[in-house]
Design a binder for this molecule. Structure first.
Ligand SMILES: Nc1ncnc2c1ncn2[C@@H]1O[C@H](COP(=O)(O)OP(=O)(O)OP(=O)(O)O)[C@@H](O)[C@H]1O
Ligand SMILES: [Mg+2]
Length: 279
């Protein structure tokens, strides 16, 4: 279980995260949604150790992540993907995954201690990478340079790299961004297939159709705070969420008028490609 406990993040004068508390349970998919700048990626960056917290605690199974150096966070079982693809373009797909199993910064002594060196260990790692590539439909691309793959495939390689070490917490930062309809559907099937009793998954997304169809619980962030949490039906019915989506109540009227030529209650419906209102 991943726990955000009264977490705050200050960037200079900006309070990007303002007293956020919620739990991410294993066995289910927890979505985090919210307008641009709401603080979603900042939560991931803090959990992964890229950013420190200004106050509060982030815990995995009771272990406080902020007390661990970054490479130990991966050992604690937390993996993430990036909003912008961060693959080693010139390396093969399978090498990109192997890197996740032996971080280059780990020295020889440390590697020996953890049993990461030696031919048998290397073969085992490679087999593991190939098994994950197979699972995500990427086996045919294993030896290709990551940078030469289509964008949608690169997003899947990022996912493969995140899951190869068998994390207990998986943070996906906009995995569907930039994907077409078919690629998004494929991604959805992969994410659903990854769901496991001992894996806590966080899905950050703007694609409401995807969110509403696969999330067990949805955390709505707005201006650094948790605005609401609930299942898809509860979030759809929440008027505060609708306003965060669409702007001020006046804006709802304008959008309604433009969309339907008459006043109606605006609802966030499955499949509606609404974009967030920019605060
Ligand atoms: N390293 C940083 N330095 C200063 N400000 C930052 C930094 N990272 C994020 N911020 C600010 O913190 C706020 C939250 O940003 P964040 O990237 O977490 O939003 P987000 O919800 O992921 O948005 P998006 O949907 O656009 O990805 C924004 O105002 C952003 O400009
Ligand atoms: Mg983001």
């Amino acid at each position: 279980m991943l726990t955000f406990d009264h977490v705050t993040k200050q960037f200079g004068a900006l309070k990007a995260i303002d007293d956020v508390s919620f739990k991410v349970k294993p066995g289910i998919i927890t979505a985090v949604i919210g307008p641009n700048g709401a603080g979603k990626s900042t939560l991931v960056n803090m959990a992964a150790g890229s950013y420190g917290v200004s106050s509060g605690r982030i815990l995995v199974d009771g272990v406080e992540l902020q007390r661990l150096p970054k490479h130990r966070i991966a050992h604690a079982g937390l993996a993430r993907t990036y909003q912008n693809i961060r693959l080693f373009d010139g390396m093969s797909v399978v090498k990109n995954l192997e890197v996740a199993l032996v971080p280059p910064k780990v020295g020889r002594l440390v590697a020996d201690t953890f049993g990461l060196t030696g031919r048998a260990a290397a073969e085992e790692r490679r087999a593991r990478c190939h098994a994950v590539l197979e699972r995500l439909g990427l086996a045919a691309h294993a030896e290709q340079q990551a940078g030469s793959l289509a964008y949608g495939q690169q997003k899947l390689v990022e996912l493969a790299r995140a899951v190869v070490a068998g994390p207990r917490v998986l943070l996906l930062d906009e995995p569907a961004a930039g994907l077409n309809h078919g690629e998004t559907e494929l991604l959805k099937q992969h994410i659903l297939a990854l769901r496991a009793p001992d894996l806590a998954m966080v899905l950050i997304e703007h694609d409401m159709k995807l969110i509403m169809s696969i999330s067990d619980t949805i955390v709505v962030m707005n201006r650094g705070q948790v605005l609401a949490q609930g299942n898809a039906a509860e979030i759809r019915a929440n008027t505060e969420v609708q306003e965060a989506y669409l702007g001020q109540p006046g804006a709802i009227r304008d959008i309604e008028a433009a969309a339907r030529g008459r006043r109606n209650r605006v609802r966030i419906r499955e499949g509606e490609g609404l974009t967030w209102h920019q605060p």
